[in-house]
Design a protein around this ligand. Sequence first.
Ligand SMILES: Cc1cc2nc3c(=O)[nH]c(=O)nc-3n(C[C@H](O)[C@H](O)[C@H](O)COP(=O)(O)OP(=O)(O)OC[C@H]3O[C@@H](n4cnc5c(N)ncnc54)[C@H](O)[C@@H]3O)c2cc1C
Length: 382
Amino acid sequence: MKQYMNKYEYILIGGGVIGCSIAYRLAKSGFSVALFDSDSAGKASMAAGGMLGAQNEFECENPLMEIALESRDLFPDLRDELFEESGIDIEFRKAGLLKVAASEEDRDSLLAQYRFLAGKDATVSWLEPQDVPKKEPQLTSLTAGAIYLEKDNQVKAPLLAFALLRSAVNAGVHVYEHTAIHELIIQNGQVLGVKTKSSNVYASRVINTAGAWSSALLEGTGFTPPVIPVKGECVSIKLSKEAPVKTIFAVDGCYIVPKRNNEMLIGATSTPHSFDPSVSAGGIRSLLNRAARLLPILDTGTIERTWSGVRPQAADHLPVIGAHPFVDGLYICTGHYRNGILLSPITGLLMEKYLSGCSKTAARLAPFSPARFLSQKEAVPV
Ligand SMILES: Cc1cc2nc3c(=O)[nH]c(=O)nc-3n(C[C@H](O)[C@H](O)[C@H](O)COP(=O)(O)OP(=O)(O)OC[C@H]3O[C@@H](n4cnc5c(N)ncnc54)[C@H](O)[C@@H]3O)c2cc1C
């Protein structure tokens, strides 16, 4: 039977990039921290494309945009820091992203997004169809235009997840892998700890970072955030010939992310309410068809592997970050949906400040508060 230390200052439930990033920052600040991870099939952090799409994702004003841009800018230093702490290279790649209108129908919406983004950042550029292959020679000349986002770079997501985990361990976090939390221990409206299959482990603060599984853990607490799993399937193709270097993202959501060794990561399908880890033939066929229309050279490659994962999506598509409305000491940090890799560095830093009582950080996180999902009646204390 596994032996646990009995009491910590913090317990995190879920060891994806969000849980590990927070655990790492808390341990660096001197707190005693335990992290439990059940290693469920479909862990999003191991499935992600690794795009840092802080501009790609936004077409109009959004409370998340400023934080996303800030998080993206943390990556060059984070790469060095994590390499020093863990010896793992997260393969941060600086080649930018081309957001492509695959057909005339997509051109107007893409132009509108270009105007919005270029109004904030002069490095954002518009490419007419004849100029698109000049930026990325392998790309088809048959597009209806593209936006070039030179700052939307990328990392290899599983390596980021491993690097954060190992850095957390090296900073003193006690990590319990393959260990599910079955229940929270709550008494008189205060969280006291968690129950594994074999033990109770105590902490004055517990943070639920269980991704798409986070709502299930909160049943019986009087509040479960509306977070659902959105399954995504991916495929990777190995090219023997010269591969493109820029991420290619079609308006319809199909993307190609070039990794090291000519590996092209192609994603992703989108199936709400599904935890099913299988990969469907139809999903992969649709991705390959759409991707090869943009990048015909893909047809010359070999399929390396296919996989799937589940994104945690809140009802309003924003993250859910903050205190549980009815249980003292219990916190929720989930709902990073399509952008958890991008948002993981800032989430760790902001949560550490928020938990230390920083009122400025609490104000920045207010749009993401779990309490936004309470009805007016529920929000009034009785
Ligand atoms: C196909 C796909 C492509 C994506 N592409 C990108 C991208 O290009 N860029 C980007 O920024 N984001 C991307 N994302 C989104 C990103 O992967 C997620 O937002 C992010 O990984 C969420 O991290 P997390 O730590 O919240 O959840 P997860 O990584 O899912 O981790 C949650 C962990 O909690 C554990 N857990 C659950 N219940 C329990 C329990 N009871 N006890 C203990 N542990 C538990 C699970 O086993 C899991 O390991 C993509 C996601 C998918 C699926």
